[in-house]
Design a protein around this ligand. Structure first.
Ligand SMILES: NC(=O)c1ccc[n+]([C@@H]2O[C@H](COP(=O)([O-])OP(=O)(O)OC[C@H]3O[C@@H](n4cnc5c(N)ncnc54)[C@H](O)[C@@H]3O)[C@@H](O)[C@H]2O)c1
Length: 281
């Protein structure tokens, strides 16, 4: 396994996206942001909300008075957490566009609208493109990690517009910002999410909808179980979930769009600064 290089190894340059465009409609902290009078009463949809990062963010948002709708294929954990947080659970396989639409509708029906879509469901791939290639697992990973975000954005946009704006945060990964030889398809999936978010950021800012990406390094969830021994052998530090939640909240409290926020051990999270690409001469 190759350890992720830190952001300093990856080059620096201009901002990822539309901060220069300012906030649409004079928003000062986002519909779900913390500066404009708190988040109480806002409504958040969280895919992959039954476990791990999604569940930790759901707990934090619920603590701040946000109504949470957990959308997941894990019905047992999802329902139990929704009950604990006085939220709602909807069975949602993010590979199915109709499921994403139903998840958004659940937010509207149960809590009157949608202010935040946290498109976070994801899986590791765990194979290469040589003898170990597995076409079925490939389709599954592409579908959950990429299609799931595309369908989630498509489903959420009308509901966010109906509220006059809001936030979409997609969980990409540091795997989308650096090379991941141990799981190339996962790296491709997460780079696709980063590319999608960078494109959507400026496109939807005029509607008051901020689209950003959360890019954690290895964090303490079930997804890293197959890698845990190797991470320990390398002495690679694993992020506590609290650090990922803090980065997520910092995205909400920010004012950027089209940004990819790295979350790595031992340094504050911020938007990754992409190098400028060469233009025509
Ligand atoms: N933990 C890490 O090290 C790490 C690092 C970077 C990025 N991520 C990303 O964070 C996100 C959350 O993962 P996690 O670490 O919390 O892992 P996790 O396995 O704890 O949670 C993933 C959740 O997604 C759900 N899910 C899986 N397939 C689904 C589907 N088809 N439809 C709906 N829900 C589905 C699972 O049931 C689970 O609740 C993923 O996108 C993952 O790629 C994780």
């Amino acid at each position: 396994m190759t350890a992720f290089p830190g952001p300093a190894d990856s080059g620096a340059g201009g901002r990822a996206g539309g901060r220069a465009g300012g906030r649409a409609g004079g928003r000062t902290g986002g519909r779900t942001g913390g500066r404009a009078g708190g988040r109480t009463g806002r409504v958040a949809l969280i895919t992959g909300g039954a476990n791990g990062i999604g569940a930790a963010v759901a707990r934090r948002l619920a603590d701040e008075g946000v109504h949470v709708v957990l959308a997941d294929v894990d019905e047992d954990h999802g329902r139990a957490l929704a009950e604990e947080l006085d939220g709602a659970f909807v069975r949602c396989d993010v590979r199915e566009p109709a499921d994403s639409a139903r998840a958004v509708q659940t937010a509207v029906d149960r809590f009157g609208g949608l202010d935040l879509a946290f498109l976070n469901a994801g899986v590791a791939s765990g194979f290469g493109l040589g003898d170990d290639f597995d076409p079925e697992r490939h389709r599954r990973a592409m579908s959950i990690n990429v299609d799931g975000v595309v369908y989630g954005v498509h489903a959420a946009l009308p509901a966010l517009r109906a509220r006059g704006g809001g936030d979409i945060v997609a969980t990409a990964s540091m795997a989308g910002l650096t090379a991941t030889p141990f799981d190339p398809v996962y790296g491709a999936n997460k780079a696709a999410v980063v590319g999608l978010v960078r494109a959507l950021g400026p496109a939807h800012l005029p509607d008051g909808i901020r689209v950003n990406a959360l890019c954690p390094s290895f964090a303490e969830t079930d997804i890293i179980i197959p890698m845990r021994d190797e991470l320990e052998r390398q002495g690679f530090p694993v992020l506590p979930l609290a650090d990922v939640v803090e980065a997520f909240m910092a995205i909400l409290d920010g004012d950027g769009a089209g940004e990819a926020w790295y979350v790595v051990p031992g340094r504050p999270s911020e938007p990754f600064r992409f190098r400028g690409v060469p233009g025509p001469r």
